[in-house]
Ligand binder design. Structure first.
Ligand code: MTE
Ligand code: CO
Length: 424
């Protein structure tokens, strides 16, 4: 009963909202319902004949009208396209799952083509029995499904010095969120036999591409939630995401998610490879470097409105939306500010936050053409609150590239256009 009443109340509130919306639309110059609209009064081409047959597209791509929802590069970042990066069009997506076809790619030596039949995964080093698995072998172990985000440690890295790139795709698009199917790494390690003494043991993981992208992972994490994954969003991994098998290292920097994984060596300490010494470390103001910065801290961004998603619909109802994530666990709350962080409103989470996965948030509001300094601020289950840029700079200086999780600001103007800015 009480639920019904609540639903009734909110429906009435919504109806009042739509009256306001219609009034706003008229004010903004849209057609009124009584004007003749040929899209309603005339028979359209698509209703006067047949559509496409089911035999025309064995595997579908998005309809041509969505052809701008694509990965994009930043030209000055892309000296060559082999050792390079592109960005997920997060501004144009909704919900939480990233389709593989537009999920960002980061390769150090290009995306390789490796057939399942040619695939081998070796586990060696300090194990009782070194083993080699074929793809078919991996499919015979009990498997699990989990949704996780993968964020490159360099995501938002270009924004350390100042507001630079005009679009959520470019400032925050080195992230994707997929449902992975795979075998827990601990299952394969147990098959090889780890023995009883796990103290100071690590695993060193490397890929089959020329770069090999070798990284050391402490045993505690390797035995926790790391997956040896072969499916993403229900289908085979795409070539660019590591077909046929990649490592999934939940909540930790994307660089450790080794693609085309070919070898896992159990070691008595970290290898200190190139990817974890000269790269993926940050120099602080006093000249010392941060190392082993594995976890991606809580972060969020408003995806619409944003520079690539201006407000085009006039005054009245406005949906502000974005996404939040934390490598430490679940997102518990996201606040949105329209005045550059002076006042905050708590956003609605579309779903309860999931462990180390993207959470979608909405602020269902109204807009009367006022300028906004739009921000979002994520909180996770550990109580951590996403910092401002000033707070982050205070601790980390200005020489960093990686792990910039500061609050982002979009300046939304009276005409609905938005720009990347910094507030002090
Ligand atoms: N694994 C291999 N073998 N080679 C690589 O170049 N790039 C890493 C990681 N795994 C890389 C790799 C980096 S830096 C990131 S951010 C993620 O893969 C990106 O994964 P994606 O291309 O599926 O988005
Ligand atoms: Co990366």
């Amino acid at each position: 009963m009480s639920n019904d009443r609540t639903a009734g109340t909110s429906r009435r509130a919504f109806l009042r909202g739509s009256v306001a919306a219609a009034a706003g639309a008229v004010a903004a110059g849209s057609a009124r319902a009584q004007d003749a609209d040929p899209l309603i009064t005339e028979v359209q081409d698509w209703a006067s004949g047949f559509g496409a047959g089911v035999d025309e597209v064995p595997y579908g791509l998005p309809i041509e009208f969505e052809s701008d929802v694509i990965r994009r590069n930043v030209e000055w970042l892309t000296a060559d396209t082999i050792s390079s990066i592109n960005f997920t069009p997060i501004h144009a997506l909704d919900g939480t799952i990233t389709p593989q076809g537009c999920a960002f790619e980061r390769h150090h030596s290009g995306a390789i083509e490796l057939k399942k039949e040619d695939y081998r995964l070796m586990i060696n080093g300090l194990v009782e029995t070194p083993l080699v698995f074929t793809y078919a072998d991996l499919e015979r172990f009990p498997r699990e499904n989990h949704v996780y985000f993968c964020e490159c440690a360099a995501n938002t890295g270009m924004e350390w010095a100042g507001a630079q790139l005009n679009g959520a795709q470019f400032t925050h698009g080195m992230i994707h969120n997929m449902e992975y199917t795979g075998v827990p790494l601990r299952t394969l390690l147990a098959e090889a036999g780890l023995g009883d003494d796990l103290a100071d043991k690590w695993v060193y993981v490397e890929g089959a591409d020329a770069s090999s992208n070798g990284r050391s992972i402490p045993m505690e994490k390797a035995l926790d939630d790391v997956l040896v994954a072969f499916k993403a969003n229900g289908e085979a991994l795409r070539k660019e995401h590591g077909y046929p098998v990649r490592l999934v290292v939940p909540g930790w920097e994307g660089n450790m998610w080794v693609k085309w994984i070919r070898r896992i060596e159990v070691t008595s300490g970290p290898v200190e490879s190139r990817e974890e010494t000269s790269k993926y470390t940050d120099t602080l103001a006093d000249g010392t470097s941060r190392k082993w910065t594995w976890v991606m801290d809580a972060k969020s961004v408003v995806t619409s409105p944003s520079p690539q998603m201006p407000i085009t619909h006039g005054h009245g109802p406005l949906v502000i939306t974005g996404m939040a994530w934390s490598g430490h666990g679940r997102i518990t709350r996201v606040d949105v500010s329209r005045d550059g962080g002076m006042t905050w409103e708590t956003a609605r989470l579309a779903n309860e936050g999931e462990n180390k996965a993207l959470t979608r948030f909405y602020l269902d509001t109204t807009w009367a053409g006022e300028e906004m300094l739009l921000q979002s601020r994520a909180m996770d289950e550990t109580g951590y609150v996403q910092p401002t840029k000033a707070q982050l700079r205070e601790v980390r200086g200005e020489n960093s590239i990686y792990h910039n999780n500061c609050i982002q600001t979009w300046h939304v103007k009276a005409n609905g256009e938005a720009e990347n800015v910094e507030v002090s």
